[in-house]
Design a protein around this ligand. Structure first.
Ligand SMILES: Cc1cc2nc3c(=O)[nH]c(=O)nc-3n(C[C@H](O)[C@H](O)[C@H](O)COP(=O)(O)O)c2cc1C
Length: 394
């Protein structure tokens, strides 16, 4: 059975993805974007908790064969955590950690689970996720739909029981948010509850204060509020390395204030960036599903149009303070964009929208591209490229 699947002539996961999903992803209409995500995630969750079944283990071996790139030049230790490569799955895809056991098989060096909130919540009314196929972008106003911190704990525990685990090398981050029903003034208790419960299951934690889809959440980016919140969170026993995820819509002055408090409170790093409320030149673009212009729709934009802005913000932070560890996310959809983000100052990078459009093969493509650049520049480890400003060599 294993041999059958391992032979690429019979089964190539990326080719199967291309033929099944590419035609759907070429259109704004057709199968609803959220329904498609949920279907894929359910399949992955099934495989993740049954990877000791021989048929599933054979399929996963074939996927690994197709997607994993292993090279010492990509290894790094950041905040005391070992990363086998710098490319991670961004928050929002596996919100409830139902497929935690599987992300390593897809070639990722780390995955970020969440956003998780203290209370389970349904999120905003549907439809709330829209494809913008021509622009390789998405608009979402999910609103932190998730099953809550207790359910995530159960999911972690269930998958841990699976005899044949694969995630021993994969770093897991958990992204924490505030429940909709919790008033802003009580946000601290909300983050505290989820974090105390879940930090034994992650290597790093993210405080998400930048989702545009939970009313008032971005007010927590206010330096005084954020300082107080982070100061308290740091006191949690065994608090892992802590990152703050910021919006791309902050002014440079606001970013300066956040950098200052990150430094003062000895927070490990920043994830830049979340989705944008700015329409990034697409304000007049009509959304096929609603017939409304993007300027009239609520939600955050992700994907290709976000690339320049997310890179600018990351570069700005790196130039302000080279000691802040940066995870770069937003519009990374090619080896070149990944290299650019690392050379702008990102120690690690994440993908979401680009990964959906391009398919799982984007992971090995990016990692091979990074290795080629390291060779072209005569560099022996990816950490030497971080913030180097090096160019892209064809
Ligand atoms: C459908 C969807 C859901 C998301 N949910 C979350 C989330 O729950 N928490 C979070 O921090 N970011 C979330 N994000 C933002 C991504 O993690 C990422 O920051 C953003 O999409 C930019 O990266 P990209 O252009 O590669 O997609 C979500 C993005 C999308 C498209």
């Amino acid at each position: 059975m294993k041999k059958y699947f391992m032979n690429n002539n019979f089964f190539s996961f990326s080719k199967t993805y291309d033929s099944l999903f590419r035609p759907i992803l070429k259109n704004d209409n057709g199968i609803d974007a959220e329904a498609l995500t949920n279907l894929s995630l359910s399949l992955l969750a099934f495989c993740s908790s049954r990877r000791d079944w021989s048929i599933i283990s054979a399929v996963l071996d074939a996927i690994k064969n197709d997607l994993i790139i292993c090279n010492k030049k990509l290894h790094q230790q950041i905040c005391g955590i070992n990363f086998t490569n710098p490319l991670g799955l961004a928050a929002g895809f596996d919100k409830n950690g139902v497929a935690t056991n599987i992300w390593q098989d897809f070639g990722f060096g780390f995955s970020e689970i969440g956003t998780i909130t203290k209370f389970p919540q349904p999120g905003n009314p549907k439809p709330r996720l829209f494809r913008l196929a021509n622009e390789q972008a998405a608009l979402n106003r999910m609103g932190f739909n998730n099953d809550g911190a207790d359910a995530l704990l159960r999911n972690f525990e269930r998958q841990k029981k699976c005899k044949s685990q694969s995630r021993h090398n994969l770093c897991i981050g958990i992204n924490f948010g505030k429940s909709k029903i919790t008033p802003l003034e009580e946000a601290k208790e909300d983050y505290f509850y989820s974090m105390k419960l879940l930090i034994p299951h992650c290597q790093y934690a993210v405080i998400n204060v930048s989702s545009p889809n939970t009313e008032g959440l971005r007010k927590l980016q206010n330096p005084d509020r954020l300082r107080e919140l982070l100061r308290e969170i740091k006191t949690i026993n065994n608090c892992p390395p802590l990152f703050v995820k910021i919006a791309p819509d902050l002014s440079f002055k606001e970013i300066d204030d956040i950098c200052q408090l990150i430094k003062d409170e000895k927070i490990d790093g920043i994830i830049a960036t979340n989705t944008s409320l700015d329409r990034l030149g697409l304000g007049e673009r009509v959304l096929a599903k609603s017939g409304l212009k993007l300027s009239e729709e609520k939600g955050g934009l992700s994907g290709q149009p976000l690339q320049t802005k997310a890179n600018q913000i990351l570069k700005y932070i790196h130039n302000q303070d080279k000691d802040i560890v940066l995870i770069g996310v937003g519009g990374i959809d090619s080896p070149k964009a990944a290299w650019q983000r690392i050379c702008s100052g990102a120690s690690l990078i994440q993908i979401y929208t680009g990964w959906i459009y391009q398919g799982p093969k984007l992971v090995p493509e990016i990692l091979r591209g990074l290795l080629n650049q390291l060779n072209a520049h005569g560099i022996s480890n990816i950490n030497e490229a971080v913030g180097s400003g090096l160019d892209w060599r064809e």
